[in-house]
Design a binder for this molecule. Sequence first.
Ligand code: 16G
Length: 263
Amino acid sequence: MSGEPDSIFDTNPVVLPQGGPLYLQLKRWIEDAIHRGAIKPGDALPSERDLALKADVSRVTVRKAVQHLVQDGVLIQRHGSGTFVAPQSQRVEQSLSHLTSFTEDMARRGMSVRSVWLEKGIYIPSPEETVTLGLSSGDMVARLGRLRLSNDVPMAIERAALSARILPDPQVVQNSLYTHLEKSGNRPIRAIQRIRAANLGERDAKLLDVAPGSASLNIERISYLASGRVIEFTRSIYRGDTYDFVAELRLGETLRQTGTANE
Ligand code: 16G
């Protein structure tokens, strides 16, 4: 941890930005202190009592400001040890036009990759897995559930399902699923991805090290082999504060022709 415990009060006496309810003024003041580096990621926030005293507001006002900052993911509260400035997560820009793996995406940025296994085994498929993966009756499914970390920051929870005919022994996947599929000649060449916004429940928020209710991007990827067969059905939950998905858009063929005709 860095910074003197009281360096947040370097503008003593505290002058709150004007406008709006007091708790919002205090919230903005704390955010500003973080932006100007007076209090850094990992630092403990001064006590409720100290903040109330120095900012000349009630402890209820402090509590309300802090609650909102926790909800926004700016601060984190650890039971028994206090309130801290949340670790800064690097935002990652991810192109939506390339079919790459998590390992490749992070390696390209020079970031380390680590996974915590949540589930790895062969199961009876759910009706949804049977339909999506095009399984026949009696077929089993290989499931790989992982918490994916980059530079030790939890980025996503990923649950992949593949036919057990393709992946009869999921234990062989140690690091990259796509590297394994590549080796066995089953790397997907095309995928359809569906992205929707959501809010994290208690369990997923804990895994991703953010406050419950924080924003997430839930992504469903269905990947295909060149033969048209579905190879992978993966659901991922990305932290909303770490990922920007970027798509390149081009003028449609019809519009381009119309444009030329009108010139
Ligand atoms: C990406 C894919 C996921 C795939 C994984 C393989 C998205 C949204 N998801 O995270 O579908 O299973 O890469 O990564 O991009 P790996 O080869 O590192 O295991």
